[in-house]
Design a protein around this ligand. Structure first.
Ligand SMILES: *Cc1c(COP(=O)(O)O)cnc(C)c1O
Length: 348
């Protein structure tokens, strides 16, 4: 979901961006105006997230999935040990990708016994000192499972923040690298953001293509080739909106209140259930099931008729999932809550 306000700005300037007489998609990415637009997005992200100066911000293509491969290409040599925590489907994909790259992949914790409804407790796993990094998925988008702590480790900490970046403040200095596909909380698809500590760049395997090499991309301000210009432009508008609405501290308060109100509704009902451990509940993605799954189709149909859309759970798990990203308002969540209460009254 994107803020309507942002879409309206984009709409208003679509055919004449900054007096150019054309859209932002038609100007040269090497021109002064677009270079400034990209620099503005980076500066705003740095300021919003308090990114320390010794970190590079990269705007890359290939989505978060591209980073599943690019991270080991950049941070390891053949035969190295890497460590992963497996809390669900996105962790599993990251692990699978690392396994293609001649690495000793150690999965230090795998939450399969809870059907991926938990995060491993802090201190319940030991990170090998020889590991090139420890990777975890800060928020499992499909399972709605989110870490409630930042793992402590002496090796570089790497995290997939695709579905939780910008949802609240985060201490970047605890990480070696965080990355995120843009399409959940940052803007449209087509862009991945990588925030990487400078000393971890410049060590890519010699076989790494330039466009996947962090050092090469950093040296060219992420413009070694043509960037996804519209996505970058819209990212800048979204970041301006986050700033206008009070930054990440205010965003975190709103997101916590939104999530709390929906979890309370689910927990107080006999008709709805959320399977995730209390300490691992996501602020962004809230899966829930109906006591009688044969009513799922009716629930979705009636919800849609009221403008409550995209509530079907991921095709791999079924049930329902409310993704309440930054742009979702408390009013939107309240509309879902009253629909849920009404549906349970009539059909429960
Ligand atoms: C959506 C998502 C991805 C995949 O993102 P793409 O940009 O489609 O590659 C990876 N990790 C998480 C946590 C996600 O939510």
């Amino acid at each position: 979901m994107l803020p309507t306000e942002v879409l309206e700005i984009a709409q208003a300037e679509l055919t004449d961006w900054q007096g150019s007489g054309m859209s932002v998609m038609e100007v040269s990415h090497r021109g002064k105006a677009f270079v400034a637009c990209a620099a503005h997005a980076e500066a705003t992200l740095r300021s919003l997230m308090s990114i320390p100066d010794n970190y590079k911000v990269l705007f890359l293509q290939g989505g978060a999935s591209g980073q599943f491969a690019a991270i080991p290409m950049n941070l390891t040599g053949p035969g190295d040990t890497v460590a992963y925590l497996n809390t669900g489907q996105w962790s599993a994909k990251a692990i699978k990708s690392a396994k293609t790259q001649d690495l000793a992949v150690e999965v230090l914790a795998d939450e399969k016994d809870s059907n991926y409804s938990t995060v491993p407790a802090a201190g319940s796993y030991t990170v090998p000192v020889s590991a090139a990094y420890l990777h975890y998925t800060a928020n499992e988008t499909i399972g709605g499972v989110e870490f409630d702590y930042v793992p402590e480790t002496d090796v570089p900490l790497v995290s997939d923040y695709s579905s939780t970046i910008l949802s609240r403040p985060v201490d970047i200095s605890k990480y070696g690298l965080i990355y995120a596909g843009a399409q959940k909380n940052l803007g449209p698809s087509g862009l991945a953001v990588v925030i990487v500590r400078e000393d971890l760049t410049g060590k890519a395997r010699s076989t790494t293509p330039d466009i996947w090499d962090y050092a090469a991309m950093a040296a060219s301000d992420s413009m070694l080739n043509t960037p996804p210009t519209f996505s970058l432009y819209l990212l800048g508008l979204v970041l301006d909106w986050v700033e206008r609405t009070g930054g990440l501290a205010a965003m975190g308060k709103r997101n916590k209140a939104k999530a709390d109100s929906l979890y309370t509704t689910i927990d107080n009902s006999e008709f709805y259930a959320n399977p995730v451990a209390l300490n691992a509940r996501s602020w962004m993605n809230i899966p829930f099931t109906l006591a009688d799954p044969s009513l799922d189709a009716d629930f979705l149909k009636e919800a849609e008729a009221q403008g409550l859309t995209n509530l079907a759970g991921h095709r791999s798990v079924g049930g329902m999932r409310a993704s309440i990203y930054n742009a979702m308002t408390q009013d939107g969540v309240d509309a879902l809550i009253s629909f849920m209460a009404d549906f349970a009254n009539r059909r429960g």
